[in-house]
Design a binder for this molecule. Structure first.
Ligand SMILES: [Zn+2]
Length: 140
């Protein structure tokens, strides 16, 4: 038996599911037998856990350097966002709508948190958002 953490792309919930092996997971997924324990959506996927990814790379020096390089780029990017955008926290979806529907706010730039569902809703209303990985300052 093998346990996977599955994530639902609709409600963003993560839950554990048991399979006899990795092939069974692929088979069930292909036949659309997998569904979310919370909202019944079929858009569930295995979560990628960073530590496992790192282990499988056998932590080669060049990989580590590459990761450091990417992290430093992300940190630069984060600084740029912080300097130029206004942080709205969990109100991202609401703020994004108010900018979209009120022309005099058009030049306001914001960043914040939103769930997968909120991003999808915004997209359907014609509001484009960008997603990017956010690293915490305490990480090296
Ligand atoms: Zn769900």
């Amino acid at each position: 038996m093998i346990k996977y953490k599955l994530i639902c792309k609709d409600c963003n919930n993560i839950f554990d599911s048991w399979f006899s092996n990795s092939k069974e997971y692929e088979k069930l997924k292909k036949r659309k037998y997998l569904n979310c324990h919370f909202c019944d959506s079929k858009k569930v996927e295995k979560t990628l856990m960073a530590p496992n990814v790192l282990n499988s790379l056998e932590t080669k020096k060049k990989d580590i350097n590459k990761i450091k390089e990417i992290k430093s780029k992300l940190r630069e990017f984060k600084k740029f966002i912080k300097d130029n955008f206004q942080y709205v926290g969990d109100n991202f979806a609401r703020e994004a709508r108010s900018i979209h529907y009120e022309p005099k706010k058009k030049n306001k730039a914001i960043y914040g948190k939103a769930s997968r569902k909120e991003i999808e809703d915004l997209k359907q209303e014609g509001i484009k958002t960008e997603e990017f990985p956010w690293i915490e300052d305490k990480e090296n």
